[in-house]
Design a protein around this ligand. Sequence first.
Ligand SMILES: [Zn+2]
Length: 235
Amino acid sequence: MGYLYTQGAARIVAEPCEYKHRFGGEPIHCIENRSDTEFVLHSLYILDTTDLAVPRVLPGRKWLPLYYPMFNDGAEIAYQVVADDSIVVHRVYGDLFTDLWEDYQWPSNRLPEHRIGVRPLSYDDQKTLVYGFTAAEHLNDDSISKGDKEYLRRCGYPFTQVGGIQRMMQSVPEQTCANVECKNCDYSNQHTVFAVVWNDPVPGFKLWGEYGGYTQIIFQMCPICQTIQVCSRCD
Ligand SMILES: [Zn+2]
């Protein structure tokens, strides 16, 4: 599990709403690349923070962008949202256009675009989710009540979640801040997990193909400079 319930939590849903949330499409930020690695940045989610259902994880910004370079297999990237229309990329690990997974059909430069919605998770929702995935790992099916099973089925867990307690397939990644100007750049394990994207971000589209069911893209944030660190993990 990743971290405490210290802020609002929400799940992404397929139903669009009046806010300009979206999955896929073009990145909306200009990129200043301070790393020495080339990459193609995929826009996973752009969340409109004027919607109060979006947890307040990035104060002072209109958009909460969840970006990741899908081609750089197993990549890690760190970017800082410095304005509503620009990001600075501080660090990228990963080789461009890897052929490690020969059978995998890599997505195109732009993921299919969908309007989406955001639904707040209540404290009880969070407890049900945490108990559900903990029981699935350590107990047996009978330990989950019928009502809880129905809730988990209805909300389609695992879904992309922002804020709250997240299921971690390989514990919380330890990161140092990639921003060399940040005093947190010498310390690890100080980065809060604020979002996790699973394999089925929108109906009918799988980020990692048929066998990526337990692959997650993990978004963490430096509490000092708000640099976002992103990596992928699987079971
Ligand atoms: Zn930092």
